[in-house]
Design a protein around this ligand. Sequence first.
Ligand SMILES: Cc1cc2nc3c(=O)[nH]c(=O)nc-3n(C[C@H](O)[C@H](O)[C@H](O)COP(=O)(O)OP(=O)(O)OC[C@H]3O[C@@H](n4cnc5c(N)ncnc54)[C@H](O)[C@@H]3O)c2cc1C
Length: 123
Amino acid sequence: MQSVLRGLMPEKLVDVCLAETGLVADRLAGEVRADERKRLRFWLKNIPFQVTGYRGFKEAIITCGGVSLKEIDPRTMASKCCPGLYLAGELLDLQADTGGYNLQAAFSTGWLAGRSAAKYCNE
Ligand SMILES: Cc1cc2nc3c(=O)[nH]c(=O)nc-3n(C[C@H](O)[C@H](O)[C@H](O)COP(=O)(O)OP(=O)(O)OC[C@H]3O[C@@H](n4cnc5c(N)ncnc54)[C@H](O)[C@@H]3O)c2cc1C
């Protein structure tokens, strides 16, 4: 079970899971009984976490807040409040799930804002 659980959850949680569900670490996954599987499912869906703090701005993955999207023209990323100002990425009040979406948002809005700003300068 231990190796199967490692594929399901962070390493540090495996021992906690085994202790709290009573599953035997070296039991083959195929030998786990229906009631044990049920206990594991219940635990996975109901494990309580108490948030005790966060690790500070230096380690932050995304920031919350920024310029409201209502103030931005999405076709150019231009500020509606300040002509000639173009915004992108973390400057925007836009958050996405981790796993690439924040980077994609930064790349896409950055590309658009850069092109639009260049066009603005040339006109
Ligand atoms: C540890 C970590 C892990 C992450 N993992 C993911 C992930 O898995 N998936 C995902 O989608 N996103 C992830 N992100 C978020 C993602 O990196 C950001 O959303 C994205 O990089 C934002 O791009 P940005 O260009 O807006 O800002 P930034 O990448 O922060 O770029 C801003 C740049 O401006 C420069 N700068 C700041 N002030 C000045 C100044 N006064 N003059 C000149 N330059 C200045 C900075 O040095 C920096 O180079 C992660 C972020 C962190 C910190």
